[in-house]
Design a protein around this ligand. Structure first.
Ligand code: ADP
Length: 454
């Protein structure tokens, strides 16, 4: 990763440097070119006016050449050098591209490399008007070294190089730091996964990391916590089921032992066998519960259009004898004929479980125990509420109430396996119906289901 980042940085700075330096050099040459063209035009003009006084013209050219830090030559009509600020070309014929262009009436320039030195050369024509015609009588040629421009470019290149090296070093240090952070987090995560795979569920990685790595660690910790809870519930579930199976088994064993001792009448045999049958039936019901619970995840629905008002009334009718037996009054307030899409039998199971709980967990200290079942229409939904004034549920337990095998510790003397509400949740989730359970210890509970109507 470090190499890739370095390459990206080097490449970016190289491209950036190349573009900036080229632009900078072009601008420098343009500036030089403008300055020399101005000088050449002034010389051409002044020469025209002092053609007769060659001594003055030479002095003037030398002064300009000195000021412009350039070599200046003036050629005549025959391209013969009349004036040379260096004095070496006087009398020689010059026939380069710029001079030829001047005699065609154009002012042009070019850059050349002469003995490893870059030179800018330009020429302007010297013209006079005779008989209404423009005549070229000579040309001014200026050549100047581009050393100053190139020195500026070199300085800028060195500055860019220095900045690039600093940026590269900075980026490399930052990358190295973040790579180390990621590597150490990955090591922690690997350790966490190893711990979980060896059964240490609930293992947590210390937080404190930000960004994506932090989110990853949070998800890991959440997964670990959930696995721990599932395992805890599973152990608790197996424990309570084994305990419940042990009781009838112990009494069956005791009954058989009693029958084995001494002589018993046929009536005693019959009575004991009846008791054994009763215990066996208890075990059968328990095993059925277990089978149901294992099937819990595989629940498949057979959805039809149903009258949910009728389903509720039928279920309440079914459970009423149980409520009467327990001294709990069931009150009803049902809006008739609400049609919904559902699996009738599964919804009956849901209602049965909820109402049964409201009766089962009544508050014996209260005189009028009741369960209030209501169904009303609200916009495009039917709202079902099952409210009781039972013992209620502690806030701390409420979060776990829908977990399979969970039971509130204080309620152990009331029969149950902690499966009912997990079945309720599963069926309602499969229907896509929202639900909630609000409860307050000592006051009661209210179960609310939102049912989409058709
Ligand atoms: P079970 O009733 O067989 O224990 P459930 O899954 O139906 O299992 O309920 C889980 C736990 O939630 C119960 O053990 C009980 O403590 C609590 N609970 C459920 N409904 C009520 C209610 N209406 N009032 C008070 N406690 C309730």
């Amino acid at each position: 990763m470090l190499i890739i980042y370095s390459m990206i940085i080097v490449l970016t700075f190289s491209v950036f440097g190349y573009i900036v330096l080229n632009n900078y050099k072009d601008k420098g040459i343009k500036r030089e070119e403008t300055r020399l063209f101005q000088t050449a035009n002034i010389i051409a003009d002044t020469y025209k006016r002092n053609m007769d006084d060659i001594i003055y013209a030479r002095r003037m050219v030398k002064t300009y050449a000195y000021q412009a830090n350039a070599r200046i030559l003036v050629v005549d009509k025959e391209k013969q050098v009349l004036i040379d600020s260096y004095n070496t070309y006087i009398g020689k014929t010059l026939d380069n591209r710029e001079i030829r262009n001047s005699f065609n009436g154009e002012s042009t320039f070019g850059t050349y490399t002469i003995q490893d030195e870059e030179v800018l050369q330009l020429s302007v024509p010297i013209t006079i008007n005779s008989n209404g015609k423009t005549e070229t009588i000579g040309a001014v040629l200026i050549s100047s070294s581009l050393n100053l421009v190139n020195d500026d470019v070199k300085d800028l290149r060195n500055d860019i190089l220095r900045v690039s090296i600093f940026a590269l070093l900075g980026a490399l240090i930052l990358t190295a730091i973040s790579a180390t952070t990621i590597t150490s987090s990955l090591k922690e995560l690997r350790k966490g996964i190893e711990k979980i795979s060896t059964g240490e569920l609930g293992y947590r990685i210390s937080k404190g990391k930000k960004g994506e790595v932090g989110k990853f660690i949070n998800t890991f910790n959440e997964m670990s916590r959930k696995l721990y809870n599932i395992e805890k519930n599973r152990k608790y579930f197996i424990n309570s089921i084994s305990h419940e199976l042990k009781t009838p088994l112990t009494s069956i064993k005791a009954l058989i032992d009693s029958l084995n001792i001494g002589t018993n009448t046929l009536d005693t045999y019959k009575e004991y066998l009846n008791d054994i049958k009763g215990e066996t039936e208890r075990m059968e019901a328990l095993v059925q519960y277990l089978t149901d619970s294992i099937k819990l995840e595989d629940i498949s629905l057979s959805i039809e259009i149903e009258n949910v008002s009728k389903i509720i009334e039928e279920t309440v009718k079914l459970i009423t004898p149980y409520a009467v037996k327990n001294g709990v009054e069931i009150k009803l307030d049902i809006t008739k004929n609400i049609m919904v899409r559902c699996d009738k039998n599964k919804i009956k199971e849901v209602l049965f479980n909820i109402i049964e709980n409201s009766v089962k967990y009544k508050d014996s200290d209260k005189i009028n125990n009741y369960v209030y079942v209501r169904l009303s229409k609200f916009k495009d939904e039917a709202i079902l509420t099952v409210e009781d004034n039972g013992i209620g549920i502690d806030k701390a337990d409420l979060a776990n109430i829908f977990n399979r095998g969970f039971r509130v510790l204080e309620n152990k003397r009331i029969e149950g396996h902690g499966i009912g509400l997990s079945i309720v949740k599963n069926i309602l989730d499969k229907h896509g119906w929202s639900f909630s359970l609000k409860s307050e210890l000592g006051k009661g509970s209210i179960f609310v289901v939102e049912i989409p109507i058709i």
